[in-house]
Design a binder for this molecule. Structure first.
Ligand code: BYC
Length: 472
């Protein structure tokens, strides 16, 4: 596989120079992207050199090349994973046929919608995180934030490439619209709910990276199974970058928990707020919030859209090709969660319409493994407490549970009970104000804010006290 051509205005490994029309379309979009980055990207630090990872090729050696880069000069480009020779469509009605290199005409609208929905989340997350720089807990964390931000920008490029290369004028219009919607805007919001929430502080941000980026992992993995080969190859490369984002979330929250436990031991109290830490109860509330809004991102438990995506060969299951069944699922069943009156139940449903719930199951199991690792930290400090994932019916806005009130341990509640108790389960204005009060920027190399422990090691074998962002 050739490396990425950095002599081009738009770095790429797709021979862009051979497709003048596409090259022109992308070169027209590029300044608009940079304008968006300027207006809606990270506030401050745009002129500072950041120790960033940039892909120089898509193989194992080249995708993580570190250097000093000013963010607006980051080489956003188009990188697809290597083609798999003679790849077939592995599921749905077209199973066994050669993978499509062009968009099948009859699926054009559906496929475009999937790509736009994926693409929309990428700039949305940058917008959500744009104010975090000035309250960073350390230069190490600041650098990681910016790494995530530039890569989300690149993931937007990845989807815009697909739109411009394969969807003609409609695709170009969608590419423009991706730069026009705004996270949280009442008139032109981002498409999916979680991407219109605020990310006002670093605890929210770390939870977002753990829970919401993990939805990204599962959605991208399902799209990587797509019979539309360019989408598959794009998503496969995006997944290599996505892993770092989840590392930022999991290790970040772990460091918060570590610091909290240290303060609890040192001061022999659960109430670490007055010692500059975030108490375990508040961390649990943030888990409840971010987990529940991220569960919504999987869509309804019963979805004909999901069945169609699968039957059409556009979006597979997580690890589709590792599954041992007919990969058509016409006669298969799946157990899904539901509500009957005031009881939460499980029931059997046709497997095809249950694919959102199935992906959500994979996701919940993955989240639970991360939470278990956080619980290990608590245990290692000899503290008797455990974090729990909220029940999947808790605080949901999409699907079967959108209209019921449910406690984190899975009891259906009356409105009155919910009103009386929800403050114990979700961050209150006071919790948010407290967490907000801890957010004071720390930018001295090697120093960390009071509420988070240093990481065990630095980035790319650099020491923890390395100057990851060069400040004047
Ligand atoms: N909020 O049958 P339904 C990432 C809509 S994250 C608002 O229930 P379906 C990243 C739905 O669009 C990964 N609306 O669901 C992470 C539909 O509307 P239309 C993003 C919602 O279609 C961090 C209607 O409700 N990628 O990469 O089976 C940082 C009925 O839909 C929501 C993808 O999502 C919601 N939560 O599945 C950066 C992959 N949920 O079309 C990046 C592409 C549903 O009738 N998207 N609706 O107007 C999909 O596969 C599907 O669109 C969904 C929904 C899984 C999202």
């Amino acid at each position: 596989m050739p490396g990425i051509d950095y002599s081009e205005r738009i770095p790429n490994n797709v021979n862009l120079t051979e497709n003048r029309r596409l090259q022109r379309a992308l070169e027209e979009w590029q300044p608009k992207f940079l304008e968006w980055w300027h207006d809606m990207g990270p506030v401050g630090f745009q002129g500072n050199e950041v120790y960033l990872r940039t892909a120089v090729s898509v193989d194992a050696q080249g995708w993580a090349h570190f250097d000093w880069v000013r963010m607006p000069e980051y080489r956003w480009g188009i990188f697809l994973a290597e083609p798999e020779p003679n790849r077939l469509i592995n599921f749905g009605d077209h199973k066994g046929a050669p993978a499509w290199q062009e968009v099948p005409g009859e699926y054009r609208g559906v496929l475009r919608r999937l790509i736009v929905t994926q693409g929309d989340t990428e700039p949305a997350s940058v917008e959500q995180q744009r104010h975090l720089g000035k309250t960073c807990p350390s230069l190490y964390d600041l650098r990681n934030l910016f790494q995530v931000n530039v890569e989300e920008g690149r993931h937007l490029w990845a989807m815009v490439y697909l739109l411009d290369a394969h969807f003609g004028r409609d695709g170009r219009e969608e590419s423009e619209a991706l730069l026009q919607r705004r996270s949280g805007d009442a008139d032109k919001p981002r498409i999916l709910g979680a991407f219109n929430e605020r990310t006002p502080d670093w605890l929210s941000y770390l939870m977002f990276c753990f829970f919401t980026d993990r939805d990204g992992k599962y959605q991208l993995a399902s799209l990587a199974e797509s019979g539309f080969d360019p989408l598959s190859r794009t998503c496969r490369f995006m997944l290599t970058e996505e892993a770092h984002h989840m590392f930022v979330g999991e290790s970040g929250v772990q460091r918060v928990v570590q610091r909290t436990c240290e303060l609890m031991r040192e001061h022999r109290t659960d109430d670490v707020r007055k010692h500059g830490g975030i108490d375990l109860a508040t961390i649990q509330k943030y888990i409840n919030f971010h987990c529940s809004v991220s569960l919504d991102l999987f869509g309804s438990e019963v979805s004909t859209n999901a069945a169609n995506f699968y039957t059409m060969g556009l979006k597979g299951r997580f690890e589709e090709t590792k599954k041992d069944d007919d990969h058509r699922l016409k006669d298969a069943a799946y157990t899904i969660a539901d509500v009957q009156g005031d009881r939460l139940v499980t029931r059997s449903e046709a497997a095809l319409v249950s694919l959102n719930e199935r992906l959500r199951d994979d996701y919940v199991a993955d989240c639970a493994r991360g939470v278990a690792r956080w619980n290990q930290v608590i245990k290692q400090h000899g503290i008797e407490a455990e974090f729990r994932l909220p029940h999947r019916a808790f605080h949901r806005a999409i699907g079967a549970f959108a209209d019921v009130k449910v406690s984190p341990d899975g009891r259906v509640l009356s409105e009155a009970e919910w009103d009386a108790k929800h403050q114990a389960w979700l961050p209150t204005a006071e919790d948010q104000a407290f967490v907000g009060s801890l957010m004071q920027g720390v930018t001295e190399p090697g120093k960390f804010a009071s509420w988070i422990a240093p990481p065990p090691r630095g980035i790319n074998s650099k020491p923890i006290e390395f100057e990851y962002v060069r400040l004047p």
